[in-house]
Design a protein around this ligand. Structure first.
Ligand code: SF4
Length: 939
């Protein structure tokens, strides 16, 4: 949708878009359109005698997490054309607008071209040497004065797995857990909620597996815009008769396909899910056998659900009673049924509880571990899943190993460095084992009085490495923090809004990073498939790959030898394959160990051999593997585990991709067993009952120890399946048909969470003041992830009188994340030229607005945001919706002049997060972006 068509010369017509995207023209025609800055470097090959060298490079779209393949045609080093990869079992030749225009990365006229430094308010070109030296000197000085925790590294979900892993290692060797990335603010609540229920924090099935679904409920998810190619898989199921339910406060583009649309009041997902479950329990539609054999604590849920009678659910959620019952009936009577969710569920102060309610619903229906069922959670960026699995997370080492001494010893062993050396890099052992500051709150760790920050000094320097600031809430507080910092460093292919919004005159550096098309490496789709990207082109301009930049900083800071002890370095670039091999040698917990570079490359070359429904290779060199070796891919690469396409599926042997629930919480709680019932085990399992996770003691008890080789025995002695670096324990256990992590029950009661059974709590900014007293939020916390965190004291203030409209946000098909990259892409910029807010026609009349008028959105933080009004019945009366991809304006002012020259994106607009209010999930510090309050004022 575009409210106003641009008439400036940057506007591009559809025909030009097709040509530019390589859909309608050959390489020769395209070469004539290349901007001069791209043509120039290949002049040497222009000599008449030189034949044009054309190559096909296999890569993966770098936008959302579906993982669509792209075939890139490269002529003499210039990316001349892109083609849809028909042979990919994921996208089968389809691309959305974003995927169809990724070749723009090979042009990049808005890209950062060389390192820059802010001098007297102007960005000035400097050399890489100067940049690394100056920044490095400042870091060493800060380390001396304030300790290593004075630095925060905000990494990226667009790093490939190897870069994400290396950045976590970099932060560890620098001596701080203050590192994080986008997953904190998109799916940290999913990871926490799902992992604590089932065992692993990931989507259970694949996009393709929806082909088997008989019903799908999309809740807080809009795949028609956010994950368009995933929608094709569902539409295939719909053609085969699958029922479609869409739960969303806004009538989205996905909702228009639904058999049953449920318009829910924002922030009331738990009452709705309990309302659905009320009908399921009352009608006996639950899967009793499954519940008895494979779950723990469902009776506690029954007690809570019994309170949620249809009238009460309807009052709180705004959904008519019959509508709730219809959703329950459609899910229960059309099994297997699947549930798909995204940030409409996760980005709440009760996000983790929301996630758990949906996980419990699927357990009650027996839908977890079956084709066509599952808890399917679509991530945002191309490698959110991989960066979460092995990357810069402040509460964990790679592979979710945590931060306890044992975890550090495991990694110091793998890294080949002394544990005491790593310890010496930290401020203290306590700080080494304490989760770091989160990306959602880093600015509070600058602004807050030091006595309330749970580390020796406040943050003094921040690296924004491939992360958009406008994807975070409370931007005025962030801007204030940026001004207080000693140093702000932006490392990105594009100057993100960080470069323009800080309001400083010095102390800011911009370093040009290469995109994922200018390096090679692996990335993990939302469905856990790991794909290998070949390098398409050499880095443009003076851009450097992220891993080269990490190496250069490590060298300056004095730990490059430790960082790359087992990794070869060629011309300052740590070899990507060697980094993946180190991941293969360490991340046993999640089975990132069988996916060697060789196996992944083989999959990429033989995509056509995989079945697009089952993802199984039925012939060819990958025969028997699932596409992308979806993790866990157990054991060593030599073991040739095929990957696990569906988590917790006990109808397959573990050796063939089956899995029970993980035994992660002991064997009993409150006198009840946590292990699966007798007979509830994987096919071919030699243990016909539930069992705990494996270690050297258990193996000996079972008499299986002798099956380890002497070498394996030496390495496995005193170890468990997660820390045995020989892989022997895993090999032997799987040979006996068992899962290394045990065979347990899924937990419906998570006793270690603030709400062991998910409980409704009114949003912090609720217009239903009558419900606040009845369903209050949590008490304020003095220290949560190193910071005081407010709940009750925010909710106690009634903002609804002055700010009567509910505000919520979401995605557009044209843009991705904070959007600087996609809004700099002329093909996409043409499609969506203005920041806008959706307003119901009745509210528009009240405010005197009509389509295309400018309006101020004012929020309780004092923010005033100017954007166009999109008058539409997509939103109900009393609610407004805005996309979160825009940026480049600051409360009515266009920041174009504050970007470096030629660096401002083509489309700029107000960032909705500038006005977003306070609110954080009580388990993960996920920010609240789905329900707040505002008012409209005609501009
Ligand atoms: S943005 Fe997502 S759906 Fe679109 S082409 Fe890229 S990976 Fe596929």
């Amino acid at each position: 949708m575009s409210l106003v068509k641009s008439s400036n010369d940057k506007g591009l017509k559809r025909r030009k878009f097709l040509v530019g995207a390589g859909v309608a023209a050959g390489a020769g025609a395209l070469a004539r359109q290349l901007p001069l800055n791209v043509i120039e470097p290949v002049q040497a090959a222009d000599a008449a005698a030189e034949p044009v060298k054309t190559e096909l490079k296999r890569t993966v779209c770098s936008h959302c997490s579906v993982g669509c393949s792209v075939n890139a045609i490269v002529s003499n080093g210039v990316w001349t054309r892109q083609e849809a990869a028909f042979e990919s079992p994921i996208n089968m030749g389809a691309h959305c607008a974003k995927g169809a225009s990724v070749r723009e990365h090979g042009f990049g006229e808005h890209r950062l071209r060389y390192p820059m430094k802010l001098v007297n308010g102007k960005y000035t070109r400097i050399s890489w040497d100067q940049a690394i030296n100056e920044i490095g000197d400042k870091l060493l000085q800060l380390r001396q004065q304030s300790g290593p925790d004075s630095l925060m590294i905000i990494g990226s979900s667009k790093h490939n797995n190897e870069q994400a892993y290396l950045l976590r290692k970099f932060s560890s060797m620098w001596g701080s857990n203050n590192c994080d990335h986008q997953a904190r603010i998109c799916h940290s609540t999913t990871v926490a909620g799902v992992a604590q229920t089932f065992g692993y924090g990931a989507m259970t099935n694949s996009f393709n597996d929806l082909h088997y679904s008989k019903a799908v409920m999309f809740i807080g998810s809009n795949p028609a815009e956010a994950h368009p190619i995933s929608m094709l898989h569902f539409l295939h199921a719909k053609e085969l008769g699958a029922k479609m339910i869409v739960v969303d406060p806004r009538f989205t583009r996905t909702a228009r396909f639904a058999h049953h649309y449920v318009r829910v009041r924002p922030g009331t997902d738990i009452p709705l899910v309990w309302g659905i479950l009320w009908h399921i329990f009352n009608n006996g539609w639950e899967d009793k056998e499954y519940i008895a054999a494979r779950t723990y604590g469902m009776d506690d849920v029954r007690k809570e659900v019994a309170k949620w009678t249809p009238d009460k659910v309807s009052d709180i959620t705004g959904v008519p009673e019959a509508s709730v019952r219809m959703a329950a009936e459609m899910l229960a009577k059309n099994r297997p049924s699947s549930v798909v969710w995204c940030m409409g569920i996760t980005q709440h102060h009760v996000g983790t509880a929301n996630v758990r309610a949906l996980s419990i619903l699927q357990l009650a229906l027996g839908n977890i571990g079956v084709p066509g069922g599952g808890a399917n959670i679509y991530r945002g960026h191309d490698n959110v899943q991989g960066a979460t699995d092995v990357g810069p997370n402040g509460d964990s080492l790679p592979g979710y190993y945590g931060l306890a001494e044992g975890a550090w010893k495991h990694f110091s062993n793998v890294w080949g460095v002394d544990y005491n050396w790593i310890l010496s890099r930290f401020g203290s052992k306590e700080l080494m084992e304490k989760p770091g500051i989160t990306v959602s709150r880093w600015f509070d760790a600058v602004n807050e009085q030091n006595q309330f920050v749970d580390q020796p000094a406040n943050l003094k320097a921040v690296f924004y490495w491939g992360h958009a600031p406008n994807s975070q809430t409370r931007l005025p507080d962030m801007k204030a923090a940026m001004q207080k910092l000693d140093m702000l460093v932006v490392i990105d292919p594009y100057p993100s809004m960080t470069a323009a919004m800080h309001g400083r005159t010095d102390g800011v550096y911009l370093l040009p990073a290469a995109s994922q098309f200018e390096t090679q490496g692996s990335c993990t789709s939302s469905n856990r498939s790991i794909q290998w990207r070949e390098r398409v082109i050499a880095p443009l301009f003076e851009c450097k790959t992220d891993h080269e930049i990490m190496y250069l900083f490590a060298r300056k800071l004095g730990f490059h030898n430790e960082l790359c002890k087992n990794i070869k370095v060629v011309q300052n670039e740590p070899v990507i394959e060697d980094i993946l091999r180190e991941i293969n040698r360490s991340c046993w917990t999640i089975g990132y160990t069988g996916c060697s570079p060789e196996r992944l490359k083989l999959h990429m070359e033989n995509k056509h051999t995989f079945n697009p429904t089952t993802m199984l290779a039925e012939s060819g060199p990958c025969k028997g593997d699932y596409y992308g070796l979806p993790w866990p891919c157990w054991g060593t690469p030599e073991m040739k585990h095929p990957g696990t396409p569906i988590l917790y599926d006990i109808n397959k042997p573990v050796a063939k991709g089956g899995l029970p629930f993980r035994a992660n919480w002991g064997v009993e709680h409150n006198g009840q067993t946590l292990l699966a019932a007798d007979g509830s085990t994987n096919r071919d399992s030699e243990l016909d009952t539930g069992y705990p996770e494996f270690d050297h003691v258990f193996l000996k008890k079972l008499g299986w120890w002798s099956e380890l080789t002497p070498q394996e025995q030496a390495m496995a002695e005193g170890k468990n399946w997660k820390t045995d670096n020989s892989g022997g324990i895993i090999r032997v256990v799987i040979a006996h048909g068992c899962a290394p992590f045990g065979n347990a029950r899924a937990r419906c009661n998570v006793w270690n969470f603030p709400d062991p059974v998910p409980t409704h709590r009114e949003p912090l900014m609720s217009p239903r003041r009558d419900l606040v007293a009845k369903y209050p939020t949590y008490d304020d916390k003095a220290n949560f992830l190193r910071l005081p965190t407010l709940y009750k004291s925010v909710q106690e203030v009634d903002f609804s009188k002055d700010f009567p409209m509910i505000m919520t946000s979401g995605r557009l098909v044209e843009y991705e994340g904070g959007g600087e990259e996609t809004r700099s892409n002329p093909w996409l910029a043409e499609l969506q030229q203005n920041m806008f807010v959706e307003v119901n026609p009745k509210d528009a009349v009240q405010s005197g607005l009509k389509l295309g008028d400018y309006v101020w959105i004012e929020t309780p933080t004092g923010a005033r945001l100017k954007m166009m009004a999109m008058v539409t019945e997509r939103v109900p009366v009393g609610m407004v919706w805005a996309p979160f991809h825009f940026g480049g304006w600051w409360m009515g002012e266009d920041l174009e002049r504050h970007y470096p020259e030629d660096g401002a994106p083509t489309v700029r607009g107000e960032a909705i997060n500038t006005g977003w209010t306070y609110g954080y999930d009580a388990v993960t510090m996920m920010q609240e972006t789905k329900v707040s309050l505002c008012r409209l004022v005609r501009a």
